[in-house]
Design a protein around this ligand. Structure first.
Ligand code: RIB
Ligand code: CA
Length: 310
């Protein structure tokens, strides 16, 4: 079976780190590159986190810096969950890997436009880079297979009652992507809140006892302390690997095709993914939304991915 040609756009970030881990050495995925965006922390921090993760895990792909702020609103980082570094809890060796000299938007456009196969774009942070790329190079749409994102919620949010962080961080960027006409698959809080990295999950992965399991357990222990401080939970939702796990095994989730509008009205629902789950409005359907997740399969795939690192 042909590998899925994929670019991962992210804001590492503890859960982004596990998404990188899962994409970095899976036989079904040809990871062409990683583009980085400001989100969980500033671009400088998310950028170096991505480089450090690739160096530590021996993932030899280009890492390209992207947008340092959203299209319109002010940047709003998330140290409460991801710490001052954006990846608190793990001390990396001296960094020798360098950034690719292409800006993220140029890497996205160049890679998509020249590829013989259609490319899957996975985003696990604010969608600023992809939105800019689509506006500057609209012909990319002809060679993008689908956009598979962690973000949104058809129920309630996690930064406001209405909005989830990745969308709320840059609602206008999400609006551009959700209305691009591309195949969009949204993995929101509705399903990611079902995959909690509870202490018993950390213990399970710790037993693998390789470099990936050490990284997983150290990062997740700090992630959980922060998630407990903010949300009072014993285990945080492991959001970002889900779109990657879906590409590895689509049977992990159930999707439903709906009309979804991003609220950019600057109301109290600014940044909300308004998903018409019951098709009240009979509007054209533009997004496939994940509504169910097989949590056992999810953790089995995470475990397999960790084991694959020698
Ligand atoms: O709301 C969860 C999302 O926001 C995840 O991608 C996490 O990394 C943060 O970026
Ligand atoms: Ca993220």
């Amino acid at each position: 079976m042909r590998k899925i040609k994929m670019i991962l756009d992210c804001d590492p970030g503890h859960d982004d780190a596990i998404a990188i881990m899962m994409a970095g050495n899976n036989p079904k995925i040809d990871l062409l590159g990683i583009t980085v965006v400001a989100g969980n922390q500033t671009l400088e921090k998310t950028g170096y986190n991505a480089l450090n993760l690739c160096q530590y895990l021996n993932i030899d792909v280009p890492v390209c810096l992207g947008a340092s702020e959203p299209l319109i609103k002010e940047i709003q980082v998330c140290p409460d969950i991801h710490g001052e570094t954006g990846l608190d809890g793990f001390d990396f060796q001296e960094l020798t890997k360098n950034f690719d000299n292409r800006p993220a938007v140029h890497f996205l456009a160049e890679t998509v436009l020249k590829s013989e196969d259609k490319i899957t774009i996975v985003t696990t942070g604010p969608m600023t880079n992809l939105a800019i790329a689509l506006k500057l190079f609209p012909k990319m749409k002809d060679n993008i297979k689908e956009v598979v994102l962690m973000g949104g919620s058809y129920q309630n949010g996690n930064v406001t009652p209405a909005a989830e962080f990745n969308i709320y961080a840059d609602p206008e960027a999400a609006y551009i992507v959700f209305n691009s006409g591309l195949e969009v698959k949204m993995f929101g809080l509705d399903v990611t809140r079902r995959v909690l990295v509870l202490p018993e999950v950390i213990e399970r992965m710790e037993k693998i006892d390789n470099k990936a399991s050490v990284l997983f357990s150290k990062l997740m222990k700090v992630y959980n302390i922060n998630q407990n401080n903010v949300f009072g939970v014993a285990g945080g939702p492991l959001h970002d690997p889900l779109p990657v796990v879906y590409l590895i095994d689509p049977s992990v989730v159930d999707l439903t095709h709906v009309h979804c509008d991003i609220d950019i009205s600057h109301s109290s629902s600014y940044g909300r993914t308004n998903c018409d789950i019951f098709n009240y409005l009979k509007l054209p359907k533009n997004v496939h939304v994940a509504i169910k997740v097989d949590t056992e399969k999810y953790w089995d795939i995470i475990e397999e991915g960790i084991k694959r690192y020698t």
